[in-house]
Design a protein around this ligand. Structure first.
Ligand SMILES: [Fe+2]
Length: 205
């Protein structure tokens, strides 16, 4: 087993600390518990292929600056992410969906950090980031794995039958398996970390 690179471990630990101190609900905390228990065993190193997109050049500096200004915990994540960022393969989502804004495709970028195609390759989870330029609406989408978002910027979210809500910097949300969800930026870029537990979750009665 190859040990995990310190920069990645620093990032994962800073995210874990922020989630532990957050207002994440019980289901989300359980998912994070499963993900971080599995992370105790490192996966394999990724391919090393990196790619940057125009949306990253234009929006990442502002997004990271907002996180750094917010709190010591968010600044720690921002710096840890910055150290990893040159190794990431940024790409648009493979498919659009209902209600995406016309500028969505060129106005967003996603990167896998831990998971298929990530800096650490493994199939039991996906940890990555989404970045959106100002005034972009991500398409409605669904996926089977449950998901926790840690939000590092301003920006709105919606899931299931909920209205739009703003978790705020350091805020979280939990998406139960297969729930429909979306996000939207306003005047500032939106930047969020997502953590998906891919192995079938243990359902509580
Ligand atoms: Fe999602």
């Amino acid at each position: 087993m190859t040990p995990r690179a310190p920069a990645l471990q620093t990032f994962l630990s800073s995210v874990h600390d922020a989630l532990a101190a957050s207002d994440l609900d019980r289901a989300g905390s359980d998912a994070i518990g499963r993900i971080y228990a599995a992370l105790e065993t490192p996966g394999s190193p990724g391919s090393g292929k990196a790619q940057r997109l125009a949306a990253v050049d234009s929006s990442l500096p502002d997004a990271l600056a907002a996180a750094r200004r917010h709190s010591t915990a968010m600044a720690g994540i921002a710096y840890a992410f910055q150290a990893l960022e040159p190794s990431l393969y940024w790409a648009p989502r493979s498919a659009s969906g209902p209600h995406a804004s016309a500028n969505w495709l060129e106005g967003h970028a996603n990167a896998m950090i831990v998971g298929p195609g990530g800096v650490e390759s493994r199939n039991d989870m996906q940890i990555g980031v989404s970045l959106m330029a100002p005034h972009v609406r991500y398409p409605d989408h669904t996926h089977a794995p449950e998901e926790v978002y840690l939000v590092l910027s301003p920006g709105r979210f919606q899931h299931g039958e909920s209205g739009w809500f703003e978790p705020g910097i350091g805020g979280t949300l939990y998406n139960e398996p297969s729930i429909r969800h979306a996000m939207a930026s306003d005047a500032s870029p939106l930047f969020a970390i997502w953590l998906l537990w891919v192995e079938r979750p243990v359902r509580r009665p």
